[in-house]
Design a protein around this ligand. Sequence first.
Ligand code: TNX
Length: 532
Amino acid sequence: MLKHLATFLFLIVISFTACCQRVSIIPQPVSVKEGKGDFVISQKTIISAIDKEDVKSANFFNDYLFKIYGFKLPVNKQKSGKFIEISTRKSTRAPATDRYTLTVTPNAIRLVGDTYNASFYGIQSLIQLLPVQVSSSLAVPAVTIVDSPRFAYRGMHLDVGRHFFPVSFVKKYIDYIALHKMNYFHWHLTEDQGWRMEIKKYPKLTEIGACRNGTIIGHHPGIGNDSIRYCGFYTQDEIKEVVKYATDRRITVIPEIEMPGHAEAALTSYPFLGCPGTGPYQVQQGWGVFNNVFCAGKDSTFQFIQDVLDEVLTLFPSQYIHIGGDESPKTNWKICPRCQARIKEQGLKDEHELQSYFIQRIEKYLNGKGRQIIGWDEILEGGLAPNATVMSWRGEEGGIAAAKQNHKVIMTPATYVYFDHSQVQKEDSLHIGGYLPLEKVYSYEPVPKELNEEQGKYVLGAQANVWTEYMPYESKIEYMVFPRMSALSEVLWSPKEARNWSNFQPRLQNQFKRYDLWKANYSKAFLEGKDK
Ligand code: TNX
């Protein structure tokens, strides 16, 4: 009883603080100085933006206004009356810091970015200065904000292999990323349970590989199978559309083409890709790790992957291409004469070194095309490819080891940022297992204390992973992602010293109201004090 009373009082205090705080931004900016009075946005307020890129930022703001408040503002080159001015300095000083200054006075709103990205981030702060009550005249509190991100890599991942999500939802997800001032979307496009990207040279990848004949019911290994054919893939035109949509929002899309494991949908489409004597293959209907992986002994496997990557490169301008590398059992390779011959011919010690050979061969190919690879931390086993960036998921150890070898690292440890884990101790809906409450995400420090200052610089940032085995529909993704994504955005953006859990909570109360405005689903575990 006493405990409930305490929670109740705590919530009252929090809502009170939230209601009366004029500036409530997530992620917390570097510097906020509140002024006096308000700038009132009416339907006649002009947005002044000259540069074409700044106009894109103005358009994002306008789209938001329209979607949430039902009106748009005129965008002009001139300033007149009370105006919102967006401009970018295009600072050539290295390194470009993505810093912006947003000044609101009763007469004008001025946003100046050092880079186009920065101006776009300033728009996200401006959006969060808008009232959470819908109205046709919007009071924006006077304030001066000077702000820039702590980490260069602020990412969200989405697995569309286990469950497929249409372009409309992918765009919504990209908007969520943008609204959190995050800048990378890691699109996990191929899996054992479905190949989701059209490849012109290999049409069977989507004719066969994009469909499975059923899906297990319940938690792995399941209490049956629904026997419903489940299909989905993106055409190359759709992919172009998504990449453009993300680019306009200052987000880089990193495609992931999984190898050598998690590839059974590809093997089902083209059985020559597997090891002799293995198979038959099927697009998998349950979850987990499967033995049927790309054969590392055949040159035809590498030719196939290179052909696929050639098409990937034409669609994704990203400097980074994710090649997977995780959870690839060596069972087939151990009995495969072609793989054993490769081990011998290359003077490799074992199948782990064969995996390393596999990844290095692909790295060389992609480096030759001016791109860099990212791989899950298993790519450390058997020797790291010379220029690879490591995504550390099995805890932080992989990231620490890679940074110590002077390799770039993106931290995605399951213990802090796996949003397929539950936010409450007793989660009613199906989930992968594991308990990751909001406060734990908020407490995450991406630079491990095991690294010295120099090594710490190799940590580019972090990312939350959203594996969709138990997220069959869109609102479930939103439920798993919110509000933890808001906590992660602050971990990645705000200065380390500015991060403060008791200061974050009242700001989060406003953020919940924004989720409502967005009509986004979210977990109420924290809001109702049920995540302890
Ligand atoms: C491990 S994280 C995987 C995924 C699963 C996930 C479930 C990683 C690189 N591989 O294939 O979906 O666990 O949490």
